[in-house]
Design a binder for this molecule. Structure first.
Ligand SMILES: NC(=O)c1ccc[n+]([C@@H]2O[C@H](COP(=O)([O-])OP(=O)(O)OC[C@H]3O[C@@H](n4cnc5c(N)ncnc54)[C@H](OP(=O)(O)O)[C@@H]3O)[C@@H](O)[C@H]2O)c1
Length: 288
């Protein structure tokens, strides 16, 4: 046994991480707001599920957070009470401001906080091939790193200042979402002019934009894709990008428009669809 670790939040990412950790020989202690989901995963992995986050972390040296947003992270952290000696690694995508608040709270309750947002979806996490962006003091990062290494094959350290890894993750998602949305807009434009979008795909693949075509073209144009990243979380990320930019005196540009688009998807009942279902959603919207 490699040690006990808690996974708080057993959605797509938390479940994938728990599977990976269990496969490497870690004993996984699971908590989820919807308890039944944690129980189901514990049964699958031979781990244990707990009713409260506080009880879960009382059995372990480290806890990994895979929660949807700022509110979820801050409320779960607040529910832990004293956490003397516990290392808490937050792998969720949150604002720099919330991450700093989480760190301050945990410090005052005896814990050690590592900011470690991930690049890569659940399948990548399950293979242990995610990219982690890490910030925090060495005294916390050093003991937390063995858990991050279990799920990430590349780790970029951005320094000791909390908020910096969260900002880098938001900057990455800004480019990811802007690339996807501009691809969708371009395919719709070509359709309106009766141009075969597959020729467009081939043109993209012959240029420096090949990576975007490889990553998104098939998923965007398919009739159905399995969800791995919910559209409502894409809305949340773009909201956090513009919010973080404004708070630091920078200028949000595309992120506000992208937030509007994904909010529309969410409010129309498509929030749990994959974020790459945007073209399908817009076509359905136009048809009605
Ligand atoms: N999916 C990806 O490809 C991906 C990639 C990189 C980063 N991320 C980030 O990783 C985090 C998790 O993403 P995910 O895809 O695993 O999302 P998910 O499948 O929607 O899971 C979200 C988790 O957060 C919990 N949660 C939501 N609100 C809560 C609250 N108020 N209090 C306590 N728990 C709450 C959910 O519990 P319930 O089961 O009870 O709803 C669930 O366990 C997010 O920050 C996301 O942006 C995702």
């Amino acid at each position: 046994m490699k040690g006990r670790v808690a996974v708080l939040g057993t959605g797509f990412m938390g479940s994938a991480a728990a599977r990976r950790l269990a496969s490497l020989g870690f004993e996984v202690y699971l908590w989820n707001r919807t308890f039944e989901r944690a129980v189901k995963l514990a049964n699958e992995l031979g781990g244990r599920a707990f009713r409260t986050a506080a009880e879960t972390v009382s059995h372990v040296e480290a806890a990994l957070l895979f929660l949807s947003d700022d509110d979820a992270v801050l409320s779960v952290i607040a529910s832990l009470g004293r956490v003397d000696g516990l290392v808490i690694v937050n792998l969720s995508t949150v604002t720099p401001r919330a991450s700093v608040a989480a760190a301050r709270h945990l410090e005052s309750f005896g814990g050690c906080y590592v900011e470690a947002p991930l690049i890569g979806g659940p399948r990548v996490v399950e293979r242990g091939e995610a990219i982690a962006i890490v910030a925090g003091p060495e005294k916390c990062v050093e003991p937390g790193e063995k858990y991050v290494k279990a799920i990430a094959s590349r780790i970029f350290r951005v320094g000791v200042n909390y908020g910096s890894a969260a900002a880098l993750k938001l900057a990455f998602n800004n480019m990811l979402l802007a690339s996807l949305v501009s691809l969708v807009e371009s395919i719709m434009l070509l359709k309106a002019y009766g141009v075969d979008p597959n020729v467009f795909r081939d043109v993209l693949k012959s240029t420096f934009l090949a990576g975007i075509a490889d990553r998104f073209y098939e998923r965007v144009t398919q009739d159905r894709v399995d969800t791995t990243f919910r559209a409502k979380l894409a809305a949340k990320d773009s909201r956090y990008i513009s919010q973080a930019a404004k708070e630091a005196g920078s200028l949000p540009l595309l992120s506000q428009k992208i937030e509007e688009i994904y909010n529309l998807m969410d409010y129309s009942g498509w929030g749990d669809e994959d974020y790459t279902s945007l073209l399908r959603f817009l076509r359905r919207l136009k048809a009605h």
